[in-house]
Design a protein around this ligand. Structure first.
Ligand SMILES: CC(C)(COP(=O)(O)OP(=O)(O)OC[C@H]1O[C@@H](n2cnc3c(N)ncnc32)[C@H](O)[C@@H]1OP(=O)(O)O)[C@@H](O)C(=O)NCCC(=O)NCCS
Length: 342
């Protein structure tokens, strides 16, 4: 039985004191007992960053200043578009409301605050024209209760370092400057282009600008690798060629997992993953793979795999019966990469 004993209101925190109160709630609820090596906002630069107050929604007791009483609950609402990477005229687009950093103050849990806040999130998502709400969580029972269902799908492939060694050793390096936003624009554009290659067409992805990619690559505990094969085209005159890239880890999430990648050739990426595994003295390394991958590529991954699991990609709540089939199709034929999921 849940009961809300006080009047409440929704607030989008702003100003340093309110943002600090929000971050305190998030750290205490989502990172209990974990060392705070960096501010939680650094892990979600596009939703918690100071320039993004629109994306945070908190519940507070009416009449109690959040600076004094703190917030009761918080969730992010991040509006994104999903479309075919080639953005050809006439191709469909859906609006997705991505939800994350879902947390209720530890002394206030079980009183209905999150049910109330998710109701507000849904109201705002509808007002912004969202076709569906999506989120990522292990709390299956809770989100099923909140009306979400598993949607889309992904392969989680555990690759054997020993088998990857058979794929050769491409040129591989950690590009200077991605942690401080100093990567050449041409390299970022090249990575966005590579991310669309080798999948059945149309391949739907969440749209991401160069500027957004630059910010996402600054997330702490994230490693970016790029490289090339023997004979290739170049990104731009004077720059080294980039035939593949991959991202491992992001903050406290996805450590040891290749959650975003692109390549002209699966063997190059696999050889590079083998080098990274060897360097980290790992026997195996996990890669997340869109099911829309071309069959020759999945066969190559299969040969080096110890284990392949297929999972739902996200929790989904469709908001519009008319676009529900389109959302389902796009989630199955496309993919939401690790840096887009919050
Ligand atoms: C999970 C969490 C967000 C739920 O918030 P809350 O404010 O306590 O939830 P509510 O009181 O609004 O609960 C709504 C309903 O869900 C149920 N529920 C709450 N937590 C649940 C859980 N972990 N598993 C299953 N059901 C749950 C409640 O019993 C309630 O059911 P009822 O309406 O039938 O009585 C909160 O417990 C929390 O912050 N946990 C720690 C951080 C976390 O795990 N966040 C989620 C990351 S995705």
């Amino acid at each position: 039985m849940t009961s809300i004993i006080a009047d409440y209101e929704f607030i989008k925190p702003s100003g340093s004191k309110q943002l600090a109160a929000r971050d305190r709630l998030l750290v205490e609820s989502l990172r209990p007992g974990k060392p705070e090596n960096y501010p939680i906002a650094a892990e979600y630069p596009l939703v918690l960053g100071p320039a993004m107050p629109e994306n945070s929604i908190c519940v507070t007791r009416k009449g109690v200043s959040p600076e004094d009483g703190g917030f009761l609950a918080h969730a992010n609402l991040w509006m994104r578009k999903m479309a075919a990477g080639e953005s050809r005229a006439g191709m469909p687009v859906v609006k997705l409301a991505l939800v994350g950093n879902v947390a209720t103050d530890k002394n206030e849990q079980g009183k209905g605050w999150m049910r109330t806040l998710l109701g507000e999130i849904e109201r705002e998502a509808r007002a912004k024209g969202a076709d569906a709400i999506l989120l990522w969580s292990d709390l299956a029972a809770f989100y099923a209760k909140m009306g979400f269902e598993p949607g889309g799908s992904e392969f989680r492939i555990m690759l054997s370092a020993k088998e990857l060694r058979r794929c050769g050793r491409p040129m591989l390096w950690v590009p200077d400057g991605y942690r401080t936003g100093q990567l050449p624009v041409e390299m970022i554009q090249r990575m966005l282009q590579l991310r669309s290659m080798g999948f059945n067409s149309p391949f739907f992805q969440v749209e991401r600008s160069v500027e957004e990619f630059v910010e996402l690559l600054k997330i702490p505990e994230l490693a970016l690798f790029v490289g090339h094969g023997e004979s290739t085209g170049t990104t731009a005159p004077g720059l080294r060629p980039v035939d593949f890239f991959f991202v491992v880890g992001k903050g406290m999430d996805m450590q040891g997992v290749i959650h975003e990648w692109g390549t002209i050739d699966m063997n190059l990426l696999m050889g590079a993953a083998g080098v990274v595994a060897e360097h980290g003295e790992l026997d195996e390394i996990m890669i997340l793979v869109p099911p829309a991958i071309k069959s020759a590529r999945i066969a190559a991954l299969h040969r080096a795999s110890k284990r392949i699991e297929q999972h739902a990609m996200a929790w989904v709540k469709p908001l519009n019966p008319e676009t529900k089939p389109l959302v389902e199709r796009m989630l199955h034929e496309g993919f939401i990469w690790g840096l887009d999921s919050i």
